[in-house]
Each structure stands twice: as C-alpha cells, then as structure tokens.
Ligand binder design. Structure first.
Ligand SMILES: *[C@@H]1O[C@H](CO)[C@@H](O)[C@H](O)[C@H]1NC(C)=O
Ligand SMILES: *[C@@H]1O[C@H](CO)[C@@H](O)[C@H](O)[C@H]1NC(C)=O
Ligand SMILES: *[C@@H]1O[C@H](CO)[C@@H](O)[C@H](O)[C@H]1NC(C)=O
Ligand SMILES: *[C@@H]1O[C@H](CO)[C@@H](O)[C@H](O)[C@H]1NC(C)=O
Ligand SMILES: *[C@@H]1O[C@H](CO)[C@@H](O)[C@H](O)[C@H]1NC(C)=O
Ligand SMILES: *[C@@H]1O[C@H](CO)[C@@H](O)[C@H](O)[C@H]1NC(C)=O
Length: 318
C-alpha cells in the first residue's frame, strides 16, 4: 500500500507540455498584416503594403516557403523614405506559448537590420513588453536575444544559459532602449547561418520566464519535435538542452511586464542601431543611408525565407 501510494505520487513526466495551436507555412503568411507606416526605429526604409510587395516580388508565397525581401534592383528615389522592404505582423496575439521558427535564410549585409520579434498587441509600447528573438545588424555573426519593457525588470549577470550576457536592465527607458540582451554563439546570425542552410529558433514564455534556443541546420542535438514540427513540444532543458538565452523572473515580475504579443518579422536599414556610428563603422566610409539608397546590388542577401512557424500553447483555446 505504501509502495503504491509512493508510485502514484510520482508525476509521470515533469515536463511542461505545449500543443500545436497555429502553423504558418507558405501562403498562410498572406493572412498576416503588412505594415506600411513609417519606421519607429528611424530606418532608411519604405515599408510597402501587401499588394505592392506581392506585385514587386518582395513577398513570395509558395506551398512550402514564404520569402520576403528588400528591393535589390533600384536606386532609391530622393522623394522616398528609403529602400522598399517588408514588415508583417500576426493577426492573433499569444501569451504563454512556445514559438518554433524553421528558417532557411535571414537578411544580411551592410545596412541591414532584420528582426523576428513579438510585441504587446495592447501596448502602448513598452507596456506589455517586447521580446526580440532574432536581431542583428550589418556584419554581425552572433544573434542578440533581448527583452524591452517598463521599469523594474532586471536580469542577473550570470544565468543558466549558453549565450553571453550583454546587458541586464530590461527597462526600455534605460540606456537608449538597449534592453536586457544575450549574445548567442557564432554563426547564429548572418552569412554563416545562411551558408549552413539556416536552422531553428525557439522561444518559450510562461510565468517561469522567457527562454530562447537556436540550433543550426546540421546540429544533431536539435530535438526531433522541433526539427519535425511535431504536434507537442516539451521545452524543458532536460529535453531541449540549456537555452541560449534565459530571462528568469527572479528580478522581473512576468505578469506585469509581458502580456499577449503579436509576432513580427521586419527588415529595416540603418536607423537607431544599424546606422549608429559604432555599428556602422565596419561598413563605411559612406554614410549608411547613402549606401542603402545607392547600392541596390548589395541587397541580394537581404531576405527572409521561412520554412515554417509553429505556435504551441498549453490551452488549445488560447
Ligand atoms: C498603406 O497602404 C494602404 C493600402 O493598402 C494605403 O491606402 C495607404 O495610403 C498606405 N499608407 C502609407 C503611409 O503609405
Ligand atoms: C520572384 O522571386 C522568386 C523567389 O526568389 C523567383 O523564383 C522568381 O523568379 C521571381 N519572379 C520575378 C518575376 O522576379
Ligand atoms: C499547392 O497546393 C495546392 C493545394 O494543395 C495544389 O493543388 C498545388 O498543386 C500545389 N502547388 C504546387 C506547385 O505544388
Ligand atoms: C532594476 O531596474 C531599475 C530600472 O528599471 C533600477 O532602477 C533598479 O535599481 C533595478 N533593481 C535592481 C535590484 O537592480
Ligand atoms: C555544421 O556546419 C558548419 C558550417 O556551416 C560547420 O562549421 C560545422 O562544423 C558543422 N557542424 C556539424 C556538427 O557538422
Ligand atoms: C557591396 O558589394 C560589393 C560587391 O560585392 C562589395 O565589394 C562591397 O564590399 C559591398 N559594400 C559593402 C559596404 O558591403
């Protein structure tokens, strides 16, 4: 009897399991929203609407892939705000969830500043928070994962993660909105990522914190549920390995800093980060915006090519 009670009290599997809620492959992305306003990060960009993007082949959906790119054919006319490009957001917003992105190619090259991120649908920014899963500029080779939100959300320098802590204050009003960031391993970003055929990025968010993982295409440690897009995922470090970036809740109250987020892919140029003197220095001597406007042929690698995006939740109705 005692033995039986003991047996019953041991959980079958301590992992937190999430079920597939939404899959976006190829044409599914045509149901997203194309943003065509001005760039809040002051980029040398002209975000075009969906019709323009599809007509100019800057957004190409097939049955199996979705490609979105910047124009690489034209000089930017002086009257235009910048190079034509694309910024899309998901119609639905997600709270506690796991997002798995199977990505063939990310935009790279001098002047580029792409990001795959999520942001509070209710806002106004930075209320409800922002989670940047893929982000970098210019000739970067390491991905930066970061959080930006309202005050009093901090991270400790040392955490159980594979990446390197860059900054620990997630408060967007601190240090010009640097956020709290973690650098991922080499070739998690840029030409090395693309030459290897891309890979998988994943983000888990729950009341336990926000965690990010990256596996290159040839990484044999990628969990099968991630590489095969299975219907259930268990993003426990015992199953997925130590995350590349960990943002635990020890010094950041999750519920008051992060609410339901839309998912965004964008590609801007120059602006607050790629065009800042310290970031642009590898790419000079011309100014970033002159370079972006006048050198279309340098933007042939400035494209996202997505194999699949899957969103998993713990309640199928969320
Ligand atoms: C955005 O695109 C819509 C059409 O989809 C158009 O009516 C609107 O004027 C555009 N806005 C800007 C700022 O270009
Ligand atoms: C549009 O882009 C796709 C994917 O890169 C390419 O296969 C196709 O030839 C392009 N079409 C035109 C008209 O440029
Ligand atoms: C794309 O999918 C549709 C519907 O399943 C199918 O009819 C069509 O043949 C497919 N196109 C290609 C190029 O595979
Ligand atoms: C947390 O961050 C805020 C800025 O948002 C700062 O004022 C505060 O001192 C930090 N708290 C700790 C314990 O570091
Ligand atoms: C994966 O490919 C990269 C080049 O893209 C190479 O440097 C690395 O050694 C490969 N890793 C494995 C495990 O094969
Ligand atoms: C632009 O492209 C040319 C030709 O590939 C290359 O030599 C040059 O370094 C590129 N410029 C920048 C700033 O990346």
């Amino acid at each position: 009897m005692l033995a039986l009670l003991f047996f019953l009290s041991v959980p079958a599997l301590a992992y937190e399991s999430y079920s597939l809620a939404d899959t976006f492959i190829g044409r599914d992305f045509l149901g997203w929203e194309w943003y065509n306003g001005s760039d809040p990060t002051h980029g040398t960009v002209n975000y075009v609407d969906q019709n323009t993007a599809v007509n100019l082949n800057l957004s190409v959906a097939s049955n199996t892939s979705f490609l979105m790119r910047a124009d690489y054919r034209e000089l930017v006319p002086p009257a235009e705000s910048g190079r034509k490009s694309v910024r899309i957001s998901s119609p639905l917003a997600y709270s506690d969830s796991v997002m798995v992105l199977d990505l063939w190619h990310m935009p790279t090259g001098c002047g580029t500043w792409p990001a795959w991120w999520t942001v509070s649908q209710a806002g106004p920014w930075p209320q409800g928070g922002e989670i940047d899963i893929i982000e970098g500029v210019n000739k970067n080779t390491q991905n930066l994962g970061s959080l930006h939100t309202t005050p009093n959300c901090n991270m400790t320098q040392t955490r159980n993660q594979r990446g390197q802590t860059v900054s620990t204050t997630c408060d967007a009003s601190f240090n010009y909105n640097q956020g709290c960031g973690v650098d991922f391993k080499p070739d998690s970003y840029g030409p090395g990522f693309n030459e290897g055929g891309g890979g998988w990025y994943a983000m888990q968010r729950s009341s336990c914190g926000i965690y990010m993982w990256f596996w290159a295409r040839n990484d044999t440690t990628v969990p099968i549920e991630v590489s095969q897009g299975l219907s259930t995922v268990n993003p426990d470090p015992r199953n997925w390995g130590t995350p590349d970036a960990a943002f635990p809740t020890d010094e950041c109250d999750y519920a008051s800093h992060f609410n339901a987020h839309s998912i965004i892919f964008d590609l801007t140029f120059c602006g607050d980060w790629a065009g800042s003197p310290s970031a642009w220095t590898d790419c000079g001597p011309s100014s970033c915006s002159d370079f972006v406007r006048n050198n279309p042929s340098n933007f042939t690698e400035a494209y996202w090519e997505i194999a699949a995006l899957r969103v998993y939740t713990q309640d199928p109705d969320v």
